[in-house]
Design a protein around this ligand. Sequence first.
Ligand code: ATP
Length: 293
Amino acid sequence: MRLRAMAKINLALDVLGKREDGYHEVRMIMQTIRMYDSLDIRKSDRPGITLLTNLPYVPTDERNLVYKAAKMLMDEFGIREGITIKLEKFIPVSAGMAGGSSDAAAAFVGVNRLFRLGLGEKELMERAVKVGADVPYCILRGTALAEGIGEKLTPLPRVPECYVLVGKPGINVSTRLAYENLDLKEIQRHPDIDGMLEDIGKGDLYGMVSKMENVFEPGIIREYPVIQKIRENMEEHGALRAMMSGSGPAVFGIFDSEKKLETAAAALKESGLARSVFATDLFHRNGGTVDDE
Ligand code: ATP
């Protein structure tokens, strides 16, 4: 079985406060984009979980979210057979694009199918949150409002057709650093998420992009000005708006024409500001949980 684990961007990201258990309350508008890792999942004669990846620096043991997800379901259902998962990564690692979370989501879906466990989407999502706050969303996919720690999800209407350019500079930002650099009392600009919900409801792309805001961005840009430079580069070359995704450092730009997207992709490559540049579009939820390759 071959599954696609899709990346996400945050069209808006707000942090409302810190809970007693240490998790943060967030309010975010999530969007899946057509950038994905590929998981090949099959039964194997070798007992346990064998995970292989194309990137030497990604762990293949319990630290990998794919491993965690598969183990959680297999333990719960007392599965003694072995599985082999080949994970091919294309989503930049530690970029703010939920690569690991999405891989875990695909592992939940894959193990459920492979062993015919019969779990529905909601039941998978309830388990998924134990692996990571963004994993339930990565099972749902499409456009959604995420609240709570990111696990309370409301599916939203499709965002109007647009194009997305992703540029990732050659730096790593941990989610922990993003939270450390965020002083909740000092947040100057909170995104107008309710306004963005209205724009999405009306299919107003221009209204929607005008409200793009990420509370992590100022603190991370202060430390890594290259993020600001990538934003400016995209906006100078036709992006309606560009912004950092999640806790960064990946930056995405939204375009209303494919031609502008291509021009901006070439300009960003030329600038040397980003280590990886990827031009794509949105991925919409088609009713099903996951589509095979
Ligand atoms: P998020 O947007 O959810 O904050 P991210 O893009 O910042 O995610 P990931 O690429 O999901 O970050 O993962 C970053 C860390 O998690 C890395 O340090 C990596 O070692 C570990 N990790 C665990 N499982 C995976 C996986 N399947 N793919 C990539 N990294 C993984």
